[in-house]
Design a protein. Sequence first.
Length: 320
Amino acid sequence: MRLFENILLFYNDEFAGIKAEVIRLVRKNQARLKIIEVFDNFDQYLELLPPSSSIDELKEVIISERRLEILGHFEADPDISSQITIIFKFGNPVVEIIKEAIRGVHDLVIKAASGNKTFMDHLFGNIAVKLVRKCPCPVLILKPSEGASFQKILAPVDPKTVREETTKTDEHEDLICRKVMDISIFMARMENSHLDIFHCWFLPGETLLASGRTRIAPDKLNHMKMLAEKIHTQRISTLAGDYDLSDIRHSVVVRKGDPGEMIADYADKNGIDLIVMGTIGRSGLAGLLIGSTAEKVIDQVNCSVLTIKPANFKSPITIR
């Protein structure tokens, strides 16, 4: 089975730290690999321009040197280098990456995680967060590492209902939940990893029910929490039971609390190497001030993250 057949890699100076995992993904999926580099600040090169040369000539020189640099990373992997497509763009990296992902019908975009985050990155969103928000295909933010492949994978899922004939689920919520399961199971098999199927829940209005005018008796509140936990545990167990996991080392984990905080805390304490999760993709003021759970997780964890969009997602960036 090939999960990713047409991979787009965003090349930058941090590529060396993720090269081994990229090559492993390409080989195990027998995928096509296209590498894109985007020059977003070309003015810095203008001081190198000789008086008798044109900007186009300077671009050709820079592109030629960068192409040789990129191919140099794959000298020991002729089976990969002979199949690589390399393209160069000038402009906004996020816009150019997403346009190429759409134009080339890519099923995975890969970017190295940035090691340096500033307050402005958090407030306005760096390239990784913007790709998570706006890219229509799955986005893999790879943490540079010299270690082994993904040994521990975390799949946070939120099955809305227990599968019953009398119960209707939102089609897109159900599909993204199952896409997370399908991809995380595939990755676990590919890497011979341990898979944690993770679900986080909370009781709506618990704070109001515990105090103030809307307060109810503690034993009644505890009963409501026990019932809610039972329902959520049943939901995640039902979802996991739909899959044959007999050949995969796995656990089903249920936690109570804020999903972003719980996922990040669990990943940190359990040495998770990869998180596979769904995201709704926000932009504008909502994305700036609120952010999705996936964005909160990316901001806190110290591991790779693979994000997946719902089937009905439409990117605000289009090609004409």
